[in-house]
Design a protein around this ligand. Structure first.
Ligand code: TYM
Length: 327
């Protein structure tokens, strides 16, 4: 029996290089080792306002990107969260077992409160409960994510444990797994903040669909410092981040990379990095264009995915309802 992997991506913007290196690429590379479920988490996306037409477009883009990156819908279940109603129902049930204090400690929530103050939606607050439902419905063993989602998976374990303690063994405890490198890709303009979809149009993020020229230009303009040596030095966040991107894509060791650029300056390194990123994304973009040429293809994939996910989710939810006394 293969272990079950579950992971998700939020269609709240165009996918960016951090999503690809921290998550999507790893999902695709490890696909044959596991029994996989990948979810386009549209209900998470609406925790902050998205134009309806854009939301539809982002759902298509994320689905297309996952397939273009190597997720094979015949091997892995790929579906849209809102198509499987059990996610919402389990999220509500889990709400009743999660203390406010746990939620208030979530870093992502605290960041949103900083920005939005009292206007922050209840959905943003409750986000981790829905994420726990996503994971727990599928008896997940492993949740491959970037660094920023680890805390949410820890909360998932905590609520699963609490539920199991009260009602007896019901949920499997999932493990968050991050990549050794690339788990936190930072922005190009401000390397002290992570790269994110919400800044897709700026020089901060590289969108997976950016053209060759745009990618090269963004990298050439990336913030560095006034030094010269191309070395992995964490006290120089700009060059450190660019080197990390290079390392994640090429899989080379830090030593080999430093030796290769010994005696060269930031400009030479940035050019080489531009080449590597363009080459990697070129493959993905080519495949994306083929997939999206047929407008009904992605819809049919998501429909089939929901048909496969629903019976698994339904069975787990029935068990939960029975345990609680709702069954
Ligand atoms: P999302 O859509 O923000 O990101 C998708 C995946 O990409 C990773 N990621 C990054 N990795 C490295 N560097 C970055 N700069 C970077 N930015 C994003 C994320 O860690 C994530 O793995 N809440 C989740 C979606 C979700 C989910 C789930 C994930 C909903 N339910 C259940 C796992 C399991 C999110 O917003 O991901």
């Amino acid at each position: 029996m293969k272990k079950r992997v579950f992971s998700g991506i939020k269609p709240s913007g165009s996918p960016q290089l951090g999503n690809y290196l921290g998550a999507i690429r790893r999902w695709a590379a490890e696909q044959d080792e596991y029994d996989n479920v990948f979810c386009i988490v549209d209900l998470h996306a609406i925790t902050e306002y998205v134009e309806p037409a854009e939301l539809k477009q982002y759902i298509r883009e994320q689905t297309g990107m996952l397939i273009a990156s190597g997720i094979d819908p015949d091997k892995s279940i790929l579906f849209q969260q809102s198509h499987v109603h059990e996610h919402s129902e389990l999220a509500w049930i889990l709400n009743c077992y999660i203390p406010m204090g746990w939620m208030q400690r979530m870093t992502q929530y605290k960041e949103k409160v900083e920005e939005q103050k009292e206007q922050v939606s209840v959905g943003v607050f409750d986000y981790p409960s829905l994420m726990a439902a996503d994971i727990l419905l599928y008896d997940t063993d492993i949740v491959p994510v970037g660094d920023d989602q680890k805390q949410h998976v820890e909360l998932t374990r905590d609520v699963a444990q609490r539920f199991n303690y009260i009602y007896g063994e019901t949920f499997k405890l999932p493990e968050p797994v991050t990549g050794e490198v690339g788990a936190r890709i930072m922005g190009l303009e401000d390397p002290t903040r992570k790269m994110s979809k919400s800044e897709g149009g700026s020089g901060q993020s590289i969108a997976l669909l950016d053209s060759e020229n745009v990618i090269r230009r963004k990298i050439m303009r990336a913030t560095t410092d006034s030094q010269r040596d191309v070395v992995f030095d964490e006290s120089r966040p700009g060059i450190f981040n660019l080197l990390t991107i290079y390392q994640t894509i090429t899989g080379e060791s830090r030593n080999d990379i430093e030796n290769r650029f010994h005696g060269k300056g930031y400009g030479d390194f940035k050019k080489a990095l531009g080449e590597v990123v363009v080459e990697t994304l070129h493959q993905v973009q080519k495949r994306y264009a083929e997939i999206t040429a047929d407008p009904s293809y992605l819809e049919s994939i998501l429909k089939k995915g929901a048909d496969k996910a629903t019976p698994i989710a339904r069975e787990k939810l029935a068990q939960v309802r029975e345990r609680i006394g709702l069954g």
